[in-house]
Design a protein around this ligand. Structure first.
Ligand SMILES: Cc1cc2nc3c(=O)[nH]c(=O)nc-3n(C[C@H](O)[C@H](O)[C@H](O)COP(=O)(O)O)c2cc1C
Length: 158
């Protein structure tokens, strides 16, 4: 049985949307039951512990989460739900020219999710807009091994 993967998108100018679509395509090709959700109207109550969440988040302002991710991020910080039954992956977009706040949007999510007890599967994919690599190419290379790790852990805990 495939594990549902909910891909949550926090973006300002759309790079992260392309990343999410590429991840979605690869996950579905690999047999996953995956869906893309915009973070816009989501809050902490919208997270489903039984699903795997793949957070795809860029960085804006001075190390902030994108405007459409604020409601979800702030609700996690304020409501502090117990997420100890939840697993997640993370793709974080930023630009190393913002040296002091590189990829802070995704790092903020990583920190709060860990604090709330969620278990991260795999390493974070941090994409640097100054690297010359297209973010969706980086995501396509990362997501297959990430989903292998998800299914391996699920097989162990099933
Ligand atoms: C106004 C502005 C502020 C930004 N601030 C940061 C930042 O503080 N840290 C960072 O790592 N990247 C920062 N970035 C880079 C974006 O996160 C990066 O270009 C990313 O690919 C954008 O993804 P999106 O189109 O999905 O929003 C900033 C970009 C802009 C235009």
């Amino acid at each position: 049985m495939s594990i549902p993967v909910r891909i949550l998108v926090g973006t300002t100018t759309g790079n992260t949307q392309y990343v999410a679509e590429e991840a979605h395509y690869n996950l579905v090709q690999g047999g996953a039951d995956a869906a893309i959700l915009q973070m816009d109207e989501l809050d902490a109550a919208a997270l489903e512990p039984s699903a795997i969440h793949l957070f795809c988040v860029s960085t804006y302002g001075y190390g902030d989460v994108p405007a459409n991710a604020k409601k979800l991020y702030e609700s996690l910080v304020k409501e502090r739900p117990d997420l100890s039954a939840m697993s997640y992956g993370l793709i974080s977009l930023g630009d190393s020219s913002h040296a002091q706040t590189y990829c802070f949007g995704g790092r903020r999510f990583d920190q709060i999710l860990k604090k709330l007890g969620a278990r991260r599967i795999g390493e974070v994919l941090e994409h640097d807009a100054s690297s010359g690599v297209m973010p969706e190419e980086a995501a396509a290379a990362w997501v297959g091994p990430w989903y292998d790790a998800v299914t391996a852990l699920h097989a162990v805990s099933a």
